[in-house]
Design a protein around this ligand. Structure first.
Ligand SMILES: NC(=O)c1ccc[n+]([C@@H]2O[C@H](COP(=O)([O-])OP(=O)(O)OC[C@H]3O[C@@H](n4cnc5c(N)ncnc54)[C@H](OP(=O)(O)O)[C@@H]3O)[C@@H](O)[C@H]2O)c1
Length: 295
């Protein structure tokens, strides 16, 4: 359904500037377009292509991906659906993990692995320059302490060479974010955060003061959907779905939060874009704070 929302400025939350790139705060996370376990092709390839085209038709200008999704599958779908990319669209990617034969995500942060991953993303997306590359740290269990300098400096060098426009970090501790910023400017941090996982509250506030975006992954709980009585109660009061309230809460939580909810369904995509809109009252927010143990 073309034209449901006619331009980026009418999307909930408006826009944010990543360095010199304007993106809609409501974006789209493409990870789950690959097959089960984010490996191999999707069951319904045409449906996956339709989701990507609908995202752009709805006015979304921020699509999050990685060559590791599939691997190569999600990026190939994005290229097929959307290339040549509209000038307003920013395809954001990440490097720092690869895939093994069991579908695991082993780290791949040696300089030659990072250079190869950047090349793979350029090739699979059909681009000469990647708009924003996150250095993905830690492992599937979450962030891990330790210096990122060697890996991050490799990406800084690629940025100097012109193949990366802007840098970010992902799955990072607050100390690693600060270490990256001591080496080169970053425009974005992509970490796990949602109503039930609030470890990064202080980091979000610090980044907001510095005009750095915070992009929560698993905004809907990822592979374990968010469920809570408080969420259902607020949703019922607003005559909305719990997913809509979870997204609206993120948009309201801080102006630097950008949404990249994932879905492999056009109808869920439409629901999520429209659903991020409701304005939450102080009472709603106070009730939702109980989920993260803040009240
Ligand atoms: N940096 C990192 O390390 C990292 C890690 C994980 C993810 N990410 C990024 O973050 C993005 C978001 O994460 P995610 O997609 O894994 O998790 P998510 O956005 O929290 O949740 C996605 C799940 O919610 C379901 N869903 C979405 N909208 C729905 C709706 N309206 N009604 C019912 N179910 C709905 C989807 O199923 P359906 O397909 O059926 O809609 C999917 O199973 C990813 O796409 C990826 O780009 C980054």
């Amino acid at each position: 359904m073309k034209g449901l929302i006619v331009n980026s400025f009418s999307l909930p939350g408006g826009t944010w500037t990543l360095g010199d790139m304007t993106v809609t705060r409501v974006g789209y996370g493409a990870m789950q377009l690959a097959g089960p376990g984010v490996m191999g092709p999707p069951a319904d390839r045409d449906a996956a292509l339709a989701v990507l085209r609908e995202a752009v038709d709805l006015g979304i200008t921020h699509v999050d991906t990685a060559h590791a999704y599939g691997p190569g599958v999600t990026n190939a779908l994005i290229r097929e659906a959307l290339h040549p990319y509209p000038g307003s669209l920013h395809v954001v990617t990440k490097v720092g993990a690869t895939r093994d034969e069991h579908g695991g995500w082993p780290p791949a942060r040696e300089p030659d692995q990072l250079r190869r991953a950047v090349d793979e993303n350029l090739e699979s997306l059909g681009l000469d320059t990647l708009d924003l590359v996150h250095l993905r740290l830690g492992n599937a269990g979450g962030p891990q302490a330790g210096s990122l300098a060697r890996a991050f400096e490799t990406l800084v060098e690629l940025q100097r060479q012109g193949v990366i426009r802007h840098l970010g970090v992902s799955n990072a501790t607050a100390e690693q974010v600060a270490e990256a910023q001591s080496i080169a400017p970053i425009v974005s941090v992509q970490n796990m955060y949602n109503l039930a996982h609030r470890h990064d509250d202080a980091l979000i506030d610090r980044l907001a003061a510095e005009n750095v975006a915070y992009v929560p992954f698993f905004p809907l709980g990822g592979f374990s959907p968010l469920q809570s009585e408080a969420l259902s109660a607020v949703a019922a009061r607003l005559n909305a779905t719990p997913i809509s309230v979870a997204l609206a809460w993120l948009l309201q939580r801080s102006p630097n939060i950008l949404l990249i909810p994932g879905t492999s369904s056009v109808s869920h995509l439409r629901e999520n874009v429209a659903g991020a809109g409701p304005s939450l009252s102080d009472e709603d927010v106070a009730e939702l704070e109980k989920i993260g143990g803040r009240a």
